[in-house]
Design a protein around this ligand. Structure first.
Ligand code: ADP
Ligand code: MG
Length: 683
């Protein structure tokens, strides 16, 4: 009997939707998160400490104690020994289970507690002499509130019942890959047999898991390759790159390009001359010098007779780009338009007119660029800075700009830039629809940044440090804490800090910049700071990206423990931008949580963005780094990008091969894996 999905009661179906389950096939692919081993009973005395164990015994003592807090403490005994059970929150029925004289079976991790060995919140059931042990491992499924494991198990069993699960991959391919067939793999993962080593299942290294992970990675690679191919089939203006303007700009610079900059410029140029849209990601650590590369690419496009758009995620950053690029391009006689969301209507209209008439060859701005009001005469190249800050949709919106009224089927070339280096495996996975260029070399003459971790009890000393730096003619940033719960409180804190620093450092001018300032005001403060009319700048995290004031050599970050690794790395990257020795002081409040401790250790030990990214991945997991929506692909549920590199590499090769030789197979595979997920992404 095939279950009819629509017969499932709506409240349950709604919960299933939250899990990305839209139909029976999604239920089949809803695989266990982990397994519980209730096949083996340990005598209490022999039970392992620190890993889950099943024990059984009689409750010999139970009491509710109130110190240090209300909790239920019971003692359970078997022939070999005894242990404590502690419940920090409990319901009457749990209290009944743990009543003296009851025989209970407990599954949990034994720890050495204050009184002796204990289990905290074990899984419990009351048993009798005849209660059998489980024959195989018990699957535990990912779920949401209100959807119980037994319900899920029942629904999955119904979905699997009598369903034929054909293999999407040819058996010859599976033989080559040394992977088992799909159907037995899925059934085994839902219903493990007693002979399967529990570690292979728990660690997802059993061949059945490998098959599923491979399938998932293959689906992801296929979908990204397809979208890459679809874009490659579009037309783009093949730019006739002469490079004369670019050469003139290079000649006017006080520095020469690094080898890495020259190389990535060549990679970009190779794309620009092709009649298909460039889809290139330019990666380079903070301070690697991406802006000049973008400017040179822009000049190529302008020289070939096209317009260029440059979009940045924040107005401060866009403003900086505008200043810098206008200064570089003006001597070459190129007009640059500044399009900010905050411009006065008149100025905005003027900027839009400049772009529409084609007088402005380069337009720089924030999201305002997307406004339907702005249209380019001939957009040849769109550059997106700090692309990881934008969603896929915004990126697409910019690309669509180029199509204007839709009569031209030509797309602009796209150059995306990101200072958030990501590990190779992540790049391979999430940027499989892009070509990637990497600036893996910092400009010469940079002195490494000294990072110090300082308890916030020593805040006063740090104010003195700011005084010292400023009296040497240098400048400092003072970053106020991120307060996620309340923007108002964050603002208040920044204002208070500004007052406090202004009083303490009366001989210097202290500036303040925060998210609530009008963009023009922000720009004014930043400009004063870059002219050294302001010596110390109190800021909220708005200065996170892109700000470039080489004379600033000190960065103090308050409550650094609240910030993520990528954010800290970006912030620190605001100093150390010249030859001067720079420091970054991370003030933290004790006690530190475990994750915060790990993060601060990483940021203290290295300034290498790639190392930081790898650690970030380890601490947070890829989903949080890129986000399902942002990456434009469904999140991986089973594969682990850190551990499954080899599978990923194979999936990538197979994807390329299938698309070329067996598109039907690719299609069927995508159908199975992405149908429900895509719906989930759209919600
Ligand atoms: P990011 O890659 O973080 O965007 P920027 O483009 O802002 O970095 O460059 C950081 C600083 O390095 C800027 O002041 C820029 O002018 C300078 N710079 C860029 N390329 C070089 C180079 N080849 N040699 C020396 N300085 C450079
Ligand atoms: Mg930059």
């Amino acid at each position: 009997m095939k279950p009819d999905f629509s017969k499932i009661p709506k409240p349950v179906r709604d919960k299933l939707h939250k899990l990305g389950i839209q139909g029976p096939l999604d239920l089949v692919l809803h695989l266990p998160l982990r397994y519980e081993d209730e096949t083996h009973l340990y005598p209490i005395a022999d039970a392992p400490v620190g890993s889950p164990a099943l024990i059984e015994g009689e409750v010999v003592h139970a009491e509710v104690s109130f110190r240090p807090r209300k909790q239920l403490v019971a003692r359970v005994q078997d022939a070999s020994g005894e242990l404590f059970v502690r419940l920090l929150n409990f319901y009457p029925n749990q209290q009944q289970m743990l009543a003296v004289g009851k025989r209970v079976r407990l599954l949990g991790e034994i720890r050495r507690g204050f009184f002796g060995e204990e289990m905290v919140h074990p899984k419990m059931r009351v048993v009798s002499d005849h209660t059998a042990l489980a024959e195989a491992l018990t699957p535990v499924y990912p779920t949401v509130n209100g959807l119980s494991q037994p319900t899920l198990r029942k629904l999955i069993a119904q979905a699997l019942d009598g369903r034929e699960l054909h293999d999407t991959l040819p058996s010859a391919l599976l033989r080559d890959l040394d992977l088992p067939a799909f159907e037995p793999s899925v059934r085994l993962l839902h219903y493990p047999t007693p002979d399967i080593p529990s570690r292979a299942l728990a660690e997802r290294m059993h061949p059945a898991w490998l098959r599923i992970k491979f399938d998932e990675l293959l689906a992801q690679q296929l979908s990204m390759r397809l979208s890459y191919q679809r874009r490659r089939e579009q037309s783009a203006p093949a730019l006739r790159v002469k490079g004369e303007l670019a050469t003139r700009l290079i000649d006017s610079l006080p520095f020469g390009l690094t080898g890495a900059q020259a190389r990535v410029l060549q990679e970009i140029r190779r794309d620009l001359v092709s009649p298909h849209p460039m889809q290139r990601l330019l990666q380079g650590d903070v301070g690697a010098g991406k802006t000049i590369v973008a400017a040179l690419a822009a000049l190529d496009a302008i020289e070939a007779g096209y317009q260029v758009a440059l979009m940045a995620p924040t107005e401060i950053l866009a403003e900086q780009h505008h200043k810098k690029l206008a200064a570089w391009l003006a001597p070459l006689g190129i007009q640059v338009a500044w399009l900010a969301g905050s411009l006065k209507p008149k100025a905005k209209a003027a900027a839009i007119a400049e772009v529409e008439s084609g007088a402005a060859r380069l337009a720089i701005g924030t999201h305002a660029l997307f406004q339907d009001a702005v249209s380019f005469t001939e957009l040849g190249l769109a550059i997106v800075d700090e692309q990881h800050r934008f969603g896929v949709h915004q990126r697409l919106a910019l690309r669509n700009k180029a199509q204007g009224d839709g009569s031209r089927q030509v797309e602009p070339h796209m150059l995306m830039m990101s200072a958030t280096p990501i590990p190779r495996t992540l790049a391979m996975s999430f940027y499989a629809d892009l070509d990637v260029s990497i600036i893996d070399e910092l400009p010469p003459g940079r002195t490494p940044i000294k990072t110090r971790l300082v308890s916030d009890a020593r805040r006063e000393e740090m104010i003195e440090f700011v005084r010292k730096v400023c009296s040497e003619g240098r400048q400092a940033y003072w970053v106020c804490p991120l307060i996620e719960e309340s923007e108002a409180l964050e603002l208040q804190t920044a204002q208070d800090t500004h007052i406090a620093l202004s009083e303490a450092l009366g001989e210097f001018k202290i500036g303040l910049v925060h998210g609530r300032l009008k963009p023009a005001e922000k720009a004014e403060v930043m400009a004063a700071f870059s002219r050294n009319e302001i010596q110390a700048l109190v800021a909220t995290t708005v200065i996170e990206v892109g700000v470039d004031v080489p004379n600033a050599t000190l960065m103090v970050i308050e409550h650094a423990e609240r910030m993520g690794l990528a954010q800290l790395h970006q912030l620190r990257g605001r100093v150390g931008r010249g030859a001067l020795e720079s420091s970054c002081v991370l003030l933290f409040a004790s006690p530190l949580g475990e994750v915060a401790k790990q993060r601060l250790k990483v940021i203290f030990e290295t300034t290498d963005g790639f190392v930081i990214a790898r650690e970030d991945l380890r601490i947070r997991g890829p989903g949080e780094i890129l986000g399902a929506r942002q990456s434009g692909v469904p999140m991986l549920r089973f594969a682990d990008l850190e551990r499954d590199t080899e599978l990923l590499e194979r999936a990538r090769d197979v994807a390329a091969d299938l698309l070329q030789r067996a598109p039907g197979v690719a299609d069927a595979h995508l159908q199975r894996w992405l149908a429900g997920r895509e719906a989930l992404l759209k919600t």
